[in-house]
Design a protein around this ligand. Structure first.
Ligand SMILES: [Zn+2]
Length: 86
């Protein structure tokens, strides 16, 4: 177990760097590089998740600013079956 020293200094900054390192590509479009860290659940509703790694995703700025309140990525609700192929 790595000793955690996240209590001193600026834990957010460390966490942010960690997220960008782990998710160098935007989680939403998976094309552009991540430049910002997005809170999957909005801070306004879940302030306690501000520093929760599982609530953070690497994102590019366009996605980050356009996301608003979409559901969390990775659990995209797809139509059960869409036989729309002709
Ligand atoms: Zn993106």
């Amino acid at each position: 177990m790595a000793a955690s020293d996240g209590r001193k200094g600026r834990p957010w900054r460390r966490l942010r760097e960690q997220v960008l390192r782990e998710e160098p590509t935007c989680r939403y479009c998976q094309r552009r590089p991540s430049t910002v860290v997005d809170h999957i659940r909005p801070l306004s509703k879940y302030p306690q998740l501000a520093h929760e790694r599982s609530n953070l995703a690497g994102a590019c700025r366009p996605c980050n600013t356009s996301k608003h309140d979409r559901p969390a990525p990775g659990r995209r609700a797809r139509p059960a079956s869409s036989p729309l192929r002709w």
